[in-house]
Design a protein around this ligand. Sequence first.
Ligand SMILES: Cc1cc2nc3c(=O)[nH]c(=O)nc-3n(C[C@H](O)[C@H](O)[C@H](O)COP(=O)(O)OP(=O)(O)OC[C@H]3O[C@@H](n4cnc5c(N)ncnc54)[C@H](O)[C@@H]3O)c2cc1C
Length: 132
Amino acid sequence: MENTADLIIVGGGIIGSSLAYNLLNDGYEGKIIVFEKDKMYRYSSTPRCAGGFRQLYTTKINIQLSRFSLQVYKQFSEKMATKDAKPEIDFKQRGYLFLSTAKMMTCFEKQWELQHQNGVVPSCWIQVNCWT
Ligand SMILES: Cc1cc2nc3c(=O)[nH]c(=O)nc-3n(C[C@H](O)[C@H](O)[C@H](O)COP(=O)(O)OP(=O)(O)OC[C@H]3O[C@@H](n4cnc5c(N)ncnc54)[C@H](O)[C@@H]3O)c2cc1C
């Protein structure tokens, strides 16, 4: 077999692997090779990830990426099922909390607006007047 590819992806962590998966899933017909130097993923970030998930990001691209991923997690079991197994990722949506001082509020307000513009509508303020 000729050792060539139409597309090479360097790094097989979550970004590289999901890129390869989604390209093929979206109908890309070329040959993709994912290069991964760390056979056991000993030093990669992906296996170290604690599993926290949020939509409260401060840039449009991160919010969109996160919201796309949310749908993937919700349907993961069904989408990744094979005839022999149905993977269970035990995904639970619990919400996320950021704490802010009075000084940080202007910044947080801008971020909240951006989140709402990008569909993160359940995000809201819980105000506790405990600063002096
Ligand atoms: C301790 C910790 C906890 C975290 N917790 C969370 C969390 O709770 N929630 C969250 O959303 N995020 C969390 N993260 C962040 C998240 O893990 C990363 O953002 C994500 O895994 C990055 O994925 P990646 O594919 O970009 O990088 P990686 O997973 O690091 O993958 C990059 C891959 O590229 C390979 N590579 C690099 N150079 C080359 C080369 N020249 N040739 C071949 N291969 C190469 C590396 O070996 C590596 O496997 C956490 C990160 C850490 C370290």
